[in-house]
Design a protein around this ligand. Structure first.
Ligand code: SF4
Ligand code: SF4
Length: 310
């Protein structure tokens, strides 16, 4: 039985999400081939977890047997405050850790869906399982994948989190939307490490500053020393230059209110003690680097500044 999405969408918007789309759960054959090529080129760098659970990653019906639909939700995190100039932090980490915020909302949605549809299968994923969120966002008509490989919506741009929900319910499915990148190449031209392929839609993540400052456990290679553009945690350049982000609106989610550390300069991070790190990184996405990781990034930026001094 195919359910209408009218009530579901209304409830999802009531919970504070900005958009929702529903797609039939099918194996991603074309994307499986693309993922295989991407991994073969080692574009994932040291993120070996990307190689794991390949079969589950490309097929939600294997990830959750009985799965019929993928529901995709977006949650805006945009804040207009600016980070410090010499120790930049990516906007997604300005407030509280999004995992918990999204999971809490998912719990409420699950309760609502059980009260409406009865005993259903329901699993919510936020970065926590092998699932190709951006592909599902595209298929469900929530967003298109831009040349910078990020999901973009015409309403709010790309500063949002994605959550995928797998369920055994069937719905009336949404159609994909158009790719509105057109002839624009701003993100490709602005990327300081040339991580985006010259024709777009393909990212060498091993060159991306987000990977170098968050995922890479080793030291950052010298070849990037004049390319970091003062990013301490993550990088937003290909979002900042994207014209669709002129439609970004400040989030209404209080949990994403900006924390003080975004304004701290490089000296603060260089001098930071582990005890203070434990306090400021609590319930924050910046925790992912660990204390040693954030210090490593800070030292790399400091060395870069010293080299640039005449
Ligand atoms: S996040 Fe920064 S380094 Fe990564 S692709 Fe975008 S502009 Fe390039
Ligand atoms: S900057 Fe231009 S090309 Fe890049 S994602 Fe945005 S619209 Fe697309």
């Amino acid at each position: 039985m195919f359910h209408s999405t009218v009530d579901l969408k209304a409830e999802i918007l009531r919970l504070g999400f900005q958009s929702v789309g529903v797609s039939k759960a099918v194996a991603l054959d074309k994307e499986a081939h693309q993922l295989e090529q991407w991994l073969n080129k080692n574009y994932h760098g040291d993120m070996s977890y990307m190689e794991h659970y390949f079969d589950l990653r490309i097929d939600p019906t294997r990830l959750m047997p009985g799965c019929k639909s993928v529901i995709v939700l977006t949650l805006n995190y945009y804040q207009d405050q600016q980070h410090s100039d010499n120790a930049k932090i990516s906007r997604y980490a300005y407030g509280s850790d999004y995992h918990k915020v999204l999971k809490n909302k998912a719990k409420k949605l699950h309760q609502w869906m059980m009260s409406k549809y009865g005993d259903i299968q329901f699993r919510a994923f936020v970065d926590s399982a092998p699932i190709m969120e951006r592909v599902w966002a595209e298929k469900s008509g929530v967003s298109w994948s831009g040349k910078n490989t990020l999901s973009i919506t015409p309403q709010i741009g790309s500063y949002f989190f994605l959550m995928c929900i797998l369920t055994d319910l069937e719905f009336e499915y949404s159609a994909p939307i158009k790719d509105f990148c057109g002839t624009c190449k701003r993100c490709i031209e602005a990327c300081p490490t040339n991580a985006i392929h010259q024709d777009g839609y393909l990212l060498d993540a091993s060159k991306c500053i987000s990977y170098l400052t968050i995922e890479l456990r080793k030291n950052i290679a010298d070849e990037f020393s004049d390319k970091m553009d003062n990013w301490l945690f993550g990088c937003d350049i290909c979002q900042e230059v994207c014209p669709w982000n002129s439609f970004a609106k400040k989030t209404e989610e209080e949990e994403f209110n900006t924390r003080d550390f975004i304004k701290r300069d490089l000296d603060y991070w260089l001098e930071l003690e582990e005890e203070s790190w434990n306090t400021i990184s609590q319930k924050s996405a910046i925790k992912r680097t660990g204390f040693e990781g954030i210090k490593k990034n800070a030292r790399f930026l400091k060395n870069q500044m010293s080299k640039q001094k005449p």
